[in-house]
Design a protein around this ligand. Structure first.
Ligand code: PGA
Length: 237
């Protein structure tokens, strides 16, 4: 099965840089490539060469919510949305309840959620990674009719640090996630995120059960992301 590559540009790149980025990635067909730029650039980046993902969204359809963009507004532009990214949970106090409401709104607006889960450094030390991940998945999915979902396992201690878990730990977590998520839908994928780069992407994509990767920092340079994309297409079947 072909791997999925999600590029999370976070709050990076100016409009000039985004124009160059688009120019580069449109030079080839980018099947199963999902780009998550700042909300500001979503309409501009609409293309038939790749798919778009929002980094966030608001669960109320419309109204007096200055500064927010609803999933209802996003649905004509994106197919996917990151939900519960640790930067949102930690910097913007997104609670389990808010994450759950956002999943509801995605379902209603036919946006495929990419639910981000994963333990922090302390939870890892205390061996609580499985408890944390199950809590994050169950609280987000319980009592819902999920058509399709992507779960992104992103250990917080690995993000932006250059450190990644042992491959066997990724595989074990992947099996664990699979056993939880399959109770909610048959149509799911599990991807890994956290310091994915051109050196480790092949080995990560080869871990049993991993359907792809979510790349932050290493996706800011379009040439780098295209290289990584092409290497995965070539070496991982
Ligand atoms: P990173 O970020 O690749 O820079 O570690 C991953 C993410 O935030 O999704």
């Amino acid at each position: 099965m072909e791997k999925i590559i999600v590029a999370n540009l976070k709050m990076n790149l100016t409009f000039d840089e985004i124009k160059k980025y688009k120019n580069e990635i449109e030079k080839q067909e980018m099947r199963n490539f999902i780009l998550a730029p700042s909300t500001l650039y979503l309409s501009y980046l609409k293309s038939d060469k790749y798919e778009l993902c929002s980094q966030n969204g608001y669960y109320v359809d419309s109204g007096a919510f200055t500064g927010e963009t609803s999933f209802k507004q996003l649905k004509d532009i994106v197919n996917y949305s990151l939900i519960g990214h640790s930067e949102r949970r930690n910097n913007f106090n997104e609670s389990y309840e808010i994450v759950s409401k956002k999943i509801d709104s995605c379902i209603e607006n036919k946006i495929i959620p990419i639910l981000c889960v994963g333990e922090n450094e302390i939870e890892k030390k205390d061996n609580l990674q499985y408890d944390k991940v199950s809590k994050e998945i169950i609280s987000a999915l319980k009592n819902k009719k999920i058509d399709k979902i992507i779960i992104a396992y992103e250990p917080i201690w690995a993000m932006g640090t250059g450190n990644i878990p042992k491959y066997e730990d990724i595989e074990n977590m992947c099996n664990y996630i699979k056993n939880i998520v399959k109770k909610y839908t048959k149509n799911y994928k599990i991807i890994y995120g956290g310091s994915v780069n051109s050196k480790n992407i092949i080995d990560i994509c080869k871990v049993n059960g991993i359907d792809g990767v979510l790349i932050g920092g290493a996706s800011n340079d379009p040439k780098n992301i295209i290289d990584m994309y092409n290497t995965v297409k070539k070496y991982v079947k």
